[in-house]
Design a protein around this ligand. Structure first.
Ligand code: BGC
Length: 411
């Protein structure tokens, strides 16, 4: 099923890239209330993939089935709930997904459809490839249809306030999925991989990858961030900069273009063509003689666009980071081009979301392992975080051992 889903995902993402479908962005990103940084510790180098039931592999995990392990929920009510059911076991659950900007969203769609049905719920799973207003309308429709929980992967987490308020007013529970919902009181929980840690791992991988090629700096680098309307983009960037900035300050790293601020390095809509254009321009302006040693890329789609640009310019491929473990990037890593990616196994994120839903249905309190870091500008949203894993050619085989689609690529 996963193989099928991945193939579908590749097709869908490729189709989007070709048609250029997606919202032309009109927001400026708001920059409100950046998520404060959760405590960071190294992810174990091996074995601790976000794979099933890795409870205890990371202090922040609280992964599937680890209920009670973190003790951080602040809840005295046991998970699973002994009280009355909060809503019927066959209730409608709405899942509002963003645009298909990476394979993980397509995987999530398929998993939500099958796993919600398997858990006994009715599912209404929607993509909003048309943009923010389409997503607003989808959420409104879910409320009208009587959804008891609405799970939202927002295109723009700051633009759904009135729809989410209407959802709360109807008695529904609102869960922010992967991306935080900002500047609203109408969100109950947040479930995601630890995004700040994703950035930290990317920053560390960039340094490690460059040191392997050239033991001593200074290194010439360029920085890329994701789409400014996605609340995650700033968090990934902040995580990476927590590692890279001290090295920029001490001269080990040189951002040749001088473009170091989030707003200067964002990639609207997470679109490959925007990253490729920016990389083309940077190469022309700053790398006629200088050698580019490394590029911080926030995800795999943009990493491949950056590599395409460098190759088209006839330059050697620098160390480029990524995220999402997309099929084409895992192939690129195994071929020695892209340096790293991040494994945020979508199967586990959906699985934990469904566990949260069934717990809520029974009137219980979900397993929260970070009750205080995710201030959305209006409230602190209780979070259930999963641990991301850095993947390079060195640990790919081990990292994807239980992934039927990716594992064969690492042989
Ligand atoms: C997700 C990333 C993904 C990006 C673009 C982010 O919010 O966390 O996994 O690469 O969106 O789709």
């Amino acid at each position: 099923m996963r193989t099928f889903a991945k193939v579908l995902a590749v097709t869908a993402v490729a189709a989007i890239a070709v048609t250029g479908c997606g919202r032309s962005n009109t927001t400026t990103g708001g920059g409100a209330a950046p998520t404060s940084a959760p405590a960071v510790s190294d992810v174990p180098a091996s074995g601790a993939s976000g794979a099933s039931d890795t409870s205890g592999t990371s202090g922040a995990s609280g992964a599937s089935g680890a209920s009670g392990a973190s003790g951080a929920s602040g809840s005295s009510e046991p998970s699973g709930g002994s009280g009355a059911a909060a809503f019927p076991a066959d209730a409608l659950i709405g899942v509002a997904l963003p645009q298909k900007t990476s394979e993980n969203w397509v995987l999530a769609e398929n998993l939500f459809k099958t796993d919600l049905a398997a858990a006994g719920f009715k599912a209404d799973v929607q993509f909003a490839n048309g943009g923010v207003s389409e997503q607003q309308n989808q959420i409104t429709a879910m409320v009208t249809k009587g959804a008891k929980v609405i799970v939202v992967g927002a295109i723009d987490g700051s633009q759904l306030g009135s729809q989410l308020k209407a959802a709360k007013d109807s008695g529904a529970i609102v869960i922010a999925y992967d991306r935080l919902l900002k500047n609203t009181a109408a969100v109950d929980y947040y479930i995601a991989y630890d995004n700040f840690k994703v950035g930290v791992l990317q920053g560390k991988a960039l340094l490690e990858g460059m040191a392997k090629k050239k033991p001593k700096g200074p290194y010439n680098i360029e920085l890329f961030a994701g789409s400014p309307d996605d609340a995650n983009a700033q968090v990934f960037f902040d995580g990476a900069m927590s590692i890279l900035k001290p090295k920029i300050d001490d001269g080990t790293l040189k951002v040749t273009s001088g473009q170091k601020d989030f707003q200067q390095v964002v990639t609207q809509g997470w679109k490959a063509e925007n990253a490729q254009k920016r990389m083309d321009a940077l190469l022309t302006a700053h790398y006629t003689s200088a050698v580019l040693d490394g590029v911080l890329s926030p995800n795999d789609t943009l990493a491949r666009a950056i590599i395409t640009s460098v190759k088209a310019a006839g330059k050697p491929v620098p160390v480029v980071t990524g995220q999402d473990s997309e099929v084409e990037s895992v192939k690129s890593i195994m071929a020695g081009e892209q340096y790293s990616t991040i494994n945020k196994d979508t199967r586990n994120l959906v699985k934990d979301t469904i566990t949260m839903l069934t717990t809520l249905q029974k009137g219980g309190k979900p397993d929260i392992n970070d009750p205080k870091s995710y201030n959305n500008g209006v409230k602190v949203v209780p979070a259930h975080l999963l641990p991301p894993l850095i993947v390079t050619k060195e640990n790919a085989k081990e990292a994807y051992a239980n992934d039927p689609t990716l594992s064969p690529l690492t042989k």
